[in-house]
Design a protein around this ligand. Structure first.
Ligand SMILES: [Zn+2]
Length: 198
């Protein structure tokens, strides 16, 4: 276990863990796949899908059921790579079960991201509880750390994503499939009723 020397900014601490998997899907630092530069923009797709996400024990972690489907632009790292790769093979209306390995989702657990910090590095009035999350840079831009242990002298923090090391089981249905528009490609997000309206 390494010892980190960091200036902790508890002001940026997050009170609610980022556990919505698709939303944070997008932990870019964990994504290994880059868009294929040979891919013609004329063929870039916008794909919409409903999903239910379960862990390996069958427990539901997240679902779009009863809400809006999720839309993404192909090749923009907007969803986890292992899921995108499979969705790109499907047609509108298809339903599938898709298993995504941890490595293709939020990555494997990296033990080097677990570290002990001296309690004195936190503000004296900070309440430090297991499960609390914070960043080590102002404005929440840095990696998110979760407190996993606290004793009189030290705080043990874990910089792994809460979903790291977990295989994800998706049940999906494709509900939209079309070519991306030029301004969607330049803006980097989906337009229309399913996305940004502007
Ligand atoms: Zn836009």
């Amino acid at each position: 276990m390494a010892t980190l020397d960091l200036a902790v900014d508890t002001a940026a601490r997050r009170d609610s863990p980022p556990t919505t998997p698709l939303d944070l899907a997008i932990h870019r630092r964990r994504l290994a796949t880059l868009p294929d530069p040979s891919h013609s923009t004329a063929m870039t797709k916008v794909i919409g899908f409903h999903y239910t996400l379960r862990d390996e024990d069958g427990q539901v972690l997240d679902s779009s059921s009863g809400g809006d489907p999720l839309y993404f632009i192909e090749g923009r790292q907007q969803i986890i790579p292992g899921l995108e790769r499979e969705l790109l093979l499907l047609e509108d209306g298809d339903k599938r079960h898709i298993a995504v390995s941890a490595a293709d989702a939020y990555g494997d657990v990296n033990p080097e991201l677990v570290a002990q910090v001296k309690r004195s590095q936190f503000p004296p009035d900070a309440t430090l509880e297991i499960g609390d999350q914070f960043t080590v840079e102002a404005e929440g831009a840095g990696p998110v750390f979760t407190i996993v242990d606290v004793d009189a002298e030290h705080v043990t923090v874990d910089g792994n994503h809460p979903m790291a090391g977990k295989a994800l089981m998706f049940e999906i249905e494709i509900v939209g499939l079309r070519d991306a528009l030029a301004d969607e490609l330049s803006h980097g997000h989906v337009h229309g009723p399913e996305g940004h309206e502007h």
